[in-house]
Write a protein that binds this ligand. Structure first.
Ligand code: ATP
Ligand code: MG
Length: 561
């Protein structure tokens, strides 16, 4: 990993600048984000979205949202809908430029006819196995198909019959006639059309032949007059093929530019693996907050701006790398620190009774909503005779350097009073309750006599507390690169403790006014958000990130250079 936090003019922008200088595309910058609707989007897609839409924005150009829907078997409306949702949620706008490869099927068909007429494509009767076998290997040239020299007329007739539903799946294919001993395997007479009796989610049963991805993709870009067709590295050796098609068809040709995929530590990003995790109920749906999907990150409480910020800061590169997930969390934390209101919530409650406080009194303490945001205002937080504090803010036999509450010790209850512990009530050796007193002269949390306490802890009034389920998350996998271990299934590295649910957490009442997905900080605990499972009766809260930052430490250690 070399490029974290480097914000510079990257190699793609350098190419675009050069093209603008030479007026290659008459000053136009036109990009697209081309997802295949066969899964939900993840953080890797976010990188591509930010790059394509970002470049269009920066250069006053345009970016299309285009679905590459050429494989009806794996694609569907559910995915189209979720992808549209996610790109919009990330904050990008394609205006009226929502396109589908399937809208171009007729055009792609007629281009294939043109290629046949030019003697550059033929119908092959070999089956998939024979085609693959005869293609040869990297070290061995392929063998020409016995059907390669069919006449143009015969090819035209057969291709039309393919379209007219006269053959079974796999009986015939259309192949480009290029070179079966080409060092680039992609150029060895690639299949460009296949017979597939499948219902397409948009064109229904109109077609029983479908274009292959490699045939379709370059044509889509060409039809839309894309200038810079940005894709990931695995397509680098497909570029000669795309260029060959467009040259033979004599149609507009965009410039393809490849960049490295984003990979994140402690997670998986392959659609196949994500599908498996979801379909086998290993996680709770596509929006499980442990997944790197956009829907998962939204539910986890990541803001769109923090994701955009992350994508910008990691930059782009030509070599694949694994970005530490801690850096993503760092970006999320930075954003939430500025924007998230603070509340008090007790995750593991310990009851405190204040002996010297009136039974029925409720005082309302003034608390600043967000010390980082001068416009965030103040709220009133109720205080009463019985309160909750965190269990781990108390130690009956304090170890060295434990400055929080202990018998005889004094702490500050934030924005409330100094509090002293006088007695410990136990059941079966477990601490059940503390009997305490407050110093009435310290209201607001300040001592008039200059007396100092070493610790300030948070609290929630028992009478006013609302109950909540709090879902705590840790890494979904136990190792950095779960899909990179040869011979081992990534599922072997699932973390059995990635989700922990705390019941009956005690939350200050103001949190009940928040809406689903609202993000906030629990003082001293971290960032959280309201889970959409929340009902009128049951508040459900997701942990977003801890307060503690691990990124700066990792960076300091010099792990990533
Ligand atoms: P597949 O093609 O195997 O179904 P995919 O992850 O490439 O999966 P697409 O729907 O084709 O999914 O992706 C849409 C766009 O997002 C493509 O341009 C692709 O290059 C880009 N993209 C996908 N994964 C990443 C990633 N991890 N990092 C950066 N860009 C990505
Ligand atoms: Mg792809």
């Amino acid at each position: 990993m070399t490029n974290v936090e480097k914000i510079s003019s990257d190699f793609i922008r350098i190419i675009i600048n050069e093209d603008l200088k030479t007026n290659k595309y008459n000053g136009r910058v036109y990009t697209r984000f081309p997802p295949e609707p066969n899964g939900y989007l993840h953080i890797g897609h976010a990188k591509s979205i930010c790059l394509n839409f970002g470049i269009a924005e920066e250069y006053n150009g345009k970016c299309n949202l285009r679905f590459d829907d050429t494989n009806p078997i794996k694609e569907g409306e559910e995915y189209v809908k979720s992808i549209i949702d996610d790109v919009r949620w990330l904050g990008f706008d394609w205006e009226d430029r929502l396109f589908f490869a399937s809208d171009y099927f007729s055009k792609m068909y007629s281009y294939a006819v043109d290629l046949i007429k030019a003697g550059k494509a033929y119908v092959d009767d070999q089956n998939a196995y024979e085609i693959s076998y005869n293609r040869g290997t990297v070290n061995k040239p392929g063998k020409n198909s016995p059907y390669r020299d069919r006449s143009v007329e015969e090819n035209l007739e057969l291709f039309e019959s393919m379209k007219n539903d006269e053959f079974k799946d796999g009986e015939k294919v259309l192949r480009a006639k290029i070179d079966n001993s080409h060092p680039n395997m992609n150029m060895r007479d690639p299949v460009i059309y296949r017979i597939l009796h499948a219902i397409h989610h948009r064109t229904k049963d109109k077609w029983c032949i479908y274009p292959m991805y490699d045939w379709a993709h370059g044509i889509e870009d060409s039809i839309e007059k894309i200038t810079h067709s940005i894709c990931t590295l695995e397509f680098e050796n497909h570029r000669p093929l795309y260029d060959w098609f467009l040259k033979e068809l004599n149609i507009y040709r965009p410039q393809q530019i490849e960049f490295a995929r984003l990979n994140l530590t402690y997670t998986v990003m392959s659609k196949r693996m994500l599908l498996e995790l979801v379909n086998n109920d290993i996680v709770n749906g596509w929006d499980d907050p442990r997944l790197p999907t956009i829907k998962g990150m939204k539910r986890r409480g990541f803001s769109p701006s923090s994701i955009r910020d992350f994508c910008r800061r990691i930059g782009i590169a030509k070599v694949n790398s694994n970005i530490p997930i801690e850096f993503l969390e760092y970006c999320v934390r930075e954003d939430l620190n500025k924007t998230a209101p603070r509340f008090m919530g007790i995750l593991n409650p310990l009851k405190i009774t204040i002996e010297n406080y009136s039974n029925d009194l409720i005082e309302y303490m003034d608390v600043i909503n967000n010390p980082e945001d001068p416009n965030s205002g103040i709220r009133k937080v109720p205080f009463s005779k019985s309160i909750y504090i965190e269990q781990d803010d108390f130690m009956e036999n304090p170890i060295k350097k434990f400055y929080r509450l202990s018998p005889g010790g004094e702490v500050r209850l934030v924005n409330a009073y100094f509090l002293k512990c006088n007695d410990v009530i136990k059941e079966d050796d477990i601490v059940k309750e503390l009997i305490c007193t407050i110093d009435h002269d310290t209201k607001g949390g300040n001592s008039p006599d200059g007396r100092k306490v070493k610790s300030t802890i948070h609290w929630v009034s028992l009478k006013n507390a609302i109950n909540a389920d709090v879902r705590l998350y840790s890494r979904l996998f136990t190792i950095e690169n779960p899909s990179g271990k040869k011979g081992q299934d990534y599922k072997e590295f699932l973390n059995p403790n990635s989700l922990k649910i705390l019941k009956n957490c005690k939350i200050e009442p103001a949190v009940s006014k928040l809406k689903k997905f609202d993000r906030f900080q629990f003082l001293r605990k971290g960032y959280f958000c309201i889970d959409p499972d929340t009902t009128d009766k049951n508040l459900v809260i997701n942990q977003t990130v801890e307060l503690r930052d691990r990124w700066l430490k990792i960076k300091k250690k010099g792990e990533p250079s």
